[in-house]
Design a protein around this ligand. Structure first.
Ligand code: HEM
Length: 316
């Protein structure tokens, strides 16, 4: 009996397609098939790089709860990365469709919802005594230095909407990008009140990432989420609902969950404990002071006025 007789017809078809694919690149399919013959089967642990993943938690102290703190930050950064991945898919699409846009926005909202809901791992899941000790070994590092958090902001809206609330009026959407960058809300949050100088946390953060933020601002100038909405779907109720939800998760609900953690660990009776990033966090973190909205046109004057005070759009 000939070998070929045992080969299933669909395999022959697949081989022909493969040969065509490799021919295009001038490659010899037979050599690649040899490679397949000698290579090992893929395992789960290699595929997700489990050993590498589990080697990335290196506490600075021997307090057991520091591991929870590190892992939860890493989980958050992975979700941030997925959010940026979805935004990139939207921004790089040649022709926008409402279905694609809404579906990606829903994914983003789902990631934010997970992050908001899981924040109790920080608020309730560590011993306060341990936290207050190990945090001193982390100075001057702070979640404030999360570049992906800033990149999400920049990719969601126009830079003007990230300018300090008190200085937003003085600039416009079309003001010079450098002028807008100079007035970003989080930069003024990390200024020492006594001296007016930038905190070390801010200085180091900017030194490393400011060029990236500027480049990202330019990249998304015409294709950030707000721009896609205004250009392509300004009247779609589904788009508008998803965007209101995104604004609420990113700029009210996650910040409130996070603020609760700061309050839980850093507020001691009437005395406040200094934040590792050196901000005046009680004045800086509350969404009602920051008043950051990615899509300001989607909120009424009253909703803006009450920003961060009440639960919005029915997501609690
Ligand atoms: C016990 C847990 C936490 C506490 C007590 C805490 C505390 C703080 C404080 C006090 C600030 C103000 C900046 C400073 O002076 O350091 C801050 C900022 C920040 N933290 Fe956390 N944090 C916690 C967990 C996290 C986690 C898990 C993340 C996730 C990446 C995170 C991300 C951020 C971000 C993005 C900012 C800047 C917020 C903004 O600019 O509005 N934090 N945090």
């Amino acid at each position: 009996m000939q070998m070929g007789e045992n080969v299933e017809p669909n395999l022959i078809e697949q081989l022909k397609k493969l040969q065509a694919k490799y021919n295009v690149m001038g490659q010899d399919l037979s050599s690649y098939l040899d490679g397949l013959l000698y290579s090992d089967y893929l395992t789960y642990w290699d595929y997700i790089h489990l050993d590498t993943l589990l080697s990335l938690q290196t506490p600075k102290t021997s307090f057991r709860d520091e591991k929870i703190f590190i892992v939860y930050h890493q989980i958050t950064e992975l979700y941030f990365n997925l959010i940026l991945w979805e935004i990139d898919q939207i921004a790089t699409l040649e022709v926008q469709t409402e279905a694609f846009f809404v579906e990606r926005l829903r994914r983003i909202n789902r990631y934010f919802q997970q992050l908001r809901d899981s924040f109790s791992i920080m608020v309730e899941g560590m011993e306060k005594d341990q936290f207050l000790k190990f945090r001193m070994s982390l100075l001057p590092a702070s979640g404030f230095q999360s570049a992906q958090y800033r990149l999400i902001e920049i990719a969601c809206t126009d830079m003007i909407n990230l300018v300090n609330a008190t200085e937003r009026e003085a600039l416009t959407e079309y003001s010079d990008l450098d002028q807008q960058l100079a007035k970003l809300y989080w930069r003024s949050g990390a200024t020492e009140l006594a001296t007016g100088k930038s905190t070390l946390t801010l200085q180091q953060f900017e030194e490393k990432y400011m060029p990236t933020f500027k480049a990202t601002g330019m990249k998304y100038r015409d294709k950030n989420i707000r721009k896609v909405y205004l250009k392509s779907f300004p009247h779609s109720p589904d788009v508008i609902n998803s965007l209101r939800e995104l604004d609420t998760f990113a700029n009210v609900l996650w910040p409130l969950a996070h603020l609760k953690a700061a309050g839980h660990y850093l507020q001691k009776n009437t005395r406040d404990i200094k934040a590792t990033g050196g901000t005046n966090w009680q004045k800086f973190l509350p969404p009602r002071f920051q008043k950051i909205m990615f899509f300001p046109e989607l909120w009424s004057a009253q909703e803006k006025e009450e920003w961060g005070k009440a639960a919005l759009v029915g997501i609690v």
